[in-house]
Design a protein around this ligand. Structure first.
Ligand code: AMP
Ligand code: MG
Length: 351
C-alpha cells in the first residue's frame, strides 16, 4: 500500500498531462510516448515527427542516461557518491564527477539567491520527517528536541557547510567537495531531477530529435512543437487532483517545474505536513504558497527555483522571479490569492 501510495500523485499528474496532450492534439498519431518508473516517479517521454523505427533505440538511450545520473545524485543508493559523502566524517574531501559538481554548484547559487531558503544540505531534516522518497512510512511529526538540536547545530556554524572547489580552468571537470559540519548532508531532491531531465533532452537532441516533451513528476523539459501546433500542458489544481488549474502552450524550447504541498504529504496536528522544508524552522514551509510553477530555460533552474520560491512565499518569491532574467512564474496561495509574471506562458482556466 505504501509503495502504491507514493506513486498515486505522480500517476495522477501524469494522467492529467497525457489527457491534455491527447485531447488537444488533432494529429495525435504523430506523438509517440513511452513511460517508465525512474527517479522515484513516472518519467514520460513524448516525441513528435520522428520515424517509429528509430525510436526504440533512442528511448532506451534516454532512460539509460536518466538511470546513470540518478545513480550519481541519489542519496538513498548506498553505492552513490552522494551516499558516501553523507556517511563520511565531516571534513573528508571527495573528488566528485563533473555532473555532480555542476548540480551542487547550481544548488549553491540558488541557495545564495534565495537567502538560504533553498538548502541542498538539509538531508538530515528530510530524514527526520521521513521524506526520503515518497510519503513516510510512519506519518508522525518528528520529536521537537531532534529538530531543535539540528537548528542549534546549524546556528553554531560560521558559514554554510557545503564546500565545493570547482576545477581549475576546465569548468566541466570533477570538483572537490566536503561537508564542514555534521548538520550538513546532501539532499539534491529539489534540483537533480531537473538536471537529469536537461541531460535526457540533450540525448534526444544529439539523436536529431527536435520536437519532444519529457515529464518527470512535477518537472518537465520541452523542445520544439508539434508541427504548427504547440505542446499543451496542464498544471494540476493544488486542491483538486482531477482538475487542471492552468494551461501552458509551448512553441519553443523551455522548462517548467511545479512544486506543491500536495505532492507528498501526510496530515498531522490538523496540518498538512509536506516535503518542502523551511531550513529556518526545520518544519514544512508555511509561506502561504501551495503551488509554484517556474518557467526557465533549464529544467535544473526551474526545479530549484520552484522549491526556493515555495519556501520564500508570495512577496519574496515574486521579487526573486522578477529579478531573474529568463525566469517566469505562476504562484498560488492557500487563501486563493494568485499571481503570474507578465511573460509566464500559461493561462488560468477558471476564477
Ligand atoms: P520539489 O518537489 O522539487 O519542490 O523538491 C522537494 C524535495 O527537495 C524534497 O523531497 C527534499 O528532498 C528537497 N527539499 C525539501 N526542502 C528543500 C529546501 N528548502 N531546499 C532544497 N531542497 C529541499
Ligand atoms: Mg524543485
Amino acid at each position: 500500500m505504501i509503495a502504491l501510495k507514493k506513486y498515486i500523485i505522480p500517476v495522477s499528474l501524469l494522467l492529467i498531462i497525457l489527457f491534455w496532450l491527447v485531447r488537444w492534439q488533432p494529429d495525435r498519431h504523430d506523438v509517440h510516448t513511452t513511460t517508465q518508473l525512474a527517479m522515484g516517479t513516472l518519467v514520460s517521454l513524448s516525441v513528435w515527427g520522428t520515424k517509429p523505427e528509430n525510436e526504440e533505440k533512442v528511448f532506451a538511450a534516454v532512460f539509460e542516461k536518466i538511470r546513470q545520473l540518478e545513480a550519481v545524485a541519489s542519496r538513498q543508493d548506498v553505492n552513490s557518491i552522494v551516499y558516501r559523502i553523507n556517511h563520511a566524517p565531516s571534513g573528508e574531501k571527495f573528488t566528485i564527477p563533473s555532473e555532480l559538481t555542476h548540480i551542487v554548484a547550481k544548488g549553491l547559487q540558488v541557495h545564495l539567491l534565495s537567502g538560504g531558503a533553498f538548502d541542498p544540505g538539509l538531508a538530515h531534516i528530510s530524514d527526520l520527517w521521513g521524506f526520503t522518497q515518497g510519503v513516510p512510512e510512519v506519518e508522525k511529526i518528528p520529536e521537537k528536541r531532534l529538530i531543535d538540536a539540528w537548528l542549534e547545530k546549524r546556528k553554531q556554524c560560521f558559514d554554510y557547510g557545503i564546500h565545493l572547489k570547482l576545477p581549475d580552468n576546465d569548468s566541466d571537470g570533477p570538483g572537490l567537495l566536503w561537508l564542514a559540519d555534521d548538520s550538513f548532508a546532501l539532499d539534491l531532491g529539489a534540483i537533480a531531477k531537473g538536471y537529469i531531465l536537461d541531460q535526457a533532452m540533450a540525448v534526444l537532441k544529439r539523436e536529431g530529435i527536435i520536437n519532444a516533451l519529457i515529464v518527470g513528476g512535477g518537472d518537465m523539459i520541452i523542445a520544439g512543437a508539434k508541427g504548427d501546433q504547440p505542446w499543451r500542458i496542464g498544471i494540476q489544481h493544488p486542491r483538486d487532483r482531477d482538475k487542471v488549474m492552468a494551461s501552458v502552450e509551448v512553441l519553443q524550447d523551455m522548462a517548467l517545474a511545479t512544486s506543491g504541498d500536495y505532492e507528498r504529504f501526510f496530515m498531522a496536528d490538523g496540518q498538512r505536513q509536506h516535503h518542502i522544508l523551511d531550513p529556518k524552522t526545520g518544519h514544512p514551509a508555511r509561506s502561504g504558497l501551495i503551488s509554484v510553477s517556474i518557467q526557465a530555460r533549464e529544467a535544473m533552474i526551474a526545479d530549484a527555483l520552484s522549491t526556493a520560491v515555495f519556501v520564500l512565499g508570495m512577496e519574496k518569491g515574486k521579487a526573486l522571479i522578477e529579478r531573474l532574467e529568463g525566469v517566469e512564474g505562476m504562484l498560488v496561495q492557500e487563501n486563493g490569492e494568485r499571481w503570474k509574471s507578465s511573460r509566464f506562458p500559461g493561462q488560468w482556466l477558471e476564477e
